[in-house]
Design a protein around this ligand. Structure first.
Ligand code: TXA
Ligand code: MG
Length: 331
């Protein structure tokens, strides 16, 4: 403790917080992810106070918070269009984008990196605070380095009582874990820290993303999510011919008129069977024509699913699984 009396304020005290930050001081404030420990991001001296208070290693860069995309060029340069698209979809919100740093941002903020992480927090108090300060606010989570991140003003008080002048209380942090950090200076963009904005959500905007585990995820082409390749009648798939025959007999007993579509069918036991082809190429060539033929003559299709097969069957399986709406019968 260094003897400062730590006040807990509300949104009524934003003007006090603004005065502290304009004077080069540090204030804790609420965001929807976790509470932040903020200072003027343009001031090296002020940002030093954050590192001091947290006991944060100087090689760990801080996130810079702005109230809207209109401020982006104050903190970053050569901002790619994709950053604007991402912010448009996910901001204000739990997404910090790593961009090329503007010369306005002192090196202490970015730990000497040429890049800066930028976030637009989704909390009235945070947004008002930054706007009224008129400068971007760099803020790490408001905990002593290495301790648990704070989601209540009381958590911040426990760590910083006597060390900072003011904690603005904005209630419990809605999200509760820190933002997703996405590095847009890499291709494909990399999720450096996973958060509430998930890879799948990012793939609605990005064609590709590298996860924090090193997996490359690719957006599905828009058409993939719609139902495709569906015959007009009921259809299922089976991995073994014996399974297909069983299903055939059941369907017959239920008064349906079934057909089995198979590659090189053997031992049909009198069942109606259409040969799909003798190899992957032939099966691919025939698939749609055979489905169209079958849906006219029959009302229940049992289609081969090439489960344990070589890669040459991958595309075929992809169409088959859609045609049968994911229904695979196994032994
Ligand atoms: O949700 C959040 O992001 C919270 C609230 C207060 O906004 N802030 C937060 O800050 O979690 P902090 O300092 O606890 O975590 C920032 C993370 C660190 O993992 C840091 O290494 C990374 O962001 N980071 C910051 N700038 C970066 C940069 N230029 N390049 C790569 N990573 C960066
Ligand atoms: Mg932290």
């Amino acid at each position: 403790m260094n003897g400062i009396k730590t006040a807990i304020g509300t949104k009524e005290d934003i003007s006090t917080a603004v005065a502290i930050i304009k004077g080069g001081g540090v204030v804790a404030f609420p965001t929807e992810t976790v509470y932040g420990l903020g200072a003027n991001a343009f001031s090296e001296e002020a940002v030093k106070e954050i590192f001091k208070a947290k006991g944060r290693p100087s090689d760990n860069p801080l996130i810079v918070h702005i109230p809207s995309v209109n401020w982006l060029n104050l903190v970053a340069k050569n901002v790619p269009d994709i950053a604007l698209k991402l912010f448009k979809k996910f901001s204000p919100g739990a997404l910090a984008l790593v961009l090329e740093k503007s010369d306005n941002i002192p090196e202490i903020v970015t730990a000497g990196l040429p890049t800066v992480a930028v976030r637009i927090p989704k909390h009235d108090i945070a947004l008002k605070l930054i706007e009224e300060c008129g400068v971007p606010i760099s803020a790490p989570s408001a905990n002593i380095s290495g301790l648990v991140s704070p989601t209540k003003a009381s958590h911040v008080f426990a760590d910083f009582n006597g060390k900072i002048p003011l904690i603005l209380d904005g209630g419990d942090s809605e999200v509760g874990i820190e933002s997703t950090v996405l590095d847009l200076t890499k291709n494909p963009p990399i999720i450096l820290r996973p958060g509430a904005i998930t890879a799948d959500m990012l793939l609605k905007v990005l064609p590709k993303v590298l996860t924090h585990k090193g997996e490359v995820l690719i957006a599905q082409s828009p058409g993939m999510k719609y139902k495709h390749y569906s015959p007009k009648c009921e259809a299922v798939s089976a991995t073994l011919f014996s399974v297909a025959l069983n299903e055939y007999k059941k369907a017959l007993n239920n008064g349906k008129s079934p057909v089995i579509i198979w590659c090189n069918p053997q031992g049909a036991e009198g069942a109606e069977v259409i040969n799909l082809g003798g190899n992957a190429g032939e099966c691919m060539h025939n698939l749609f024509a055979v489905l169209r033929e079958a849906e006219v003559k029959y009302n229940y299709i049992i289609l081969q699913y090439f489960e344990e097969s070589e890669r040459e069957f991958t595309a075929l399986n992809n169409r088959i699984i859609k045609a049968v709406n994911g229904v695979v019968l196994r032994a």
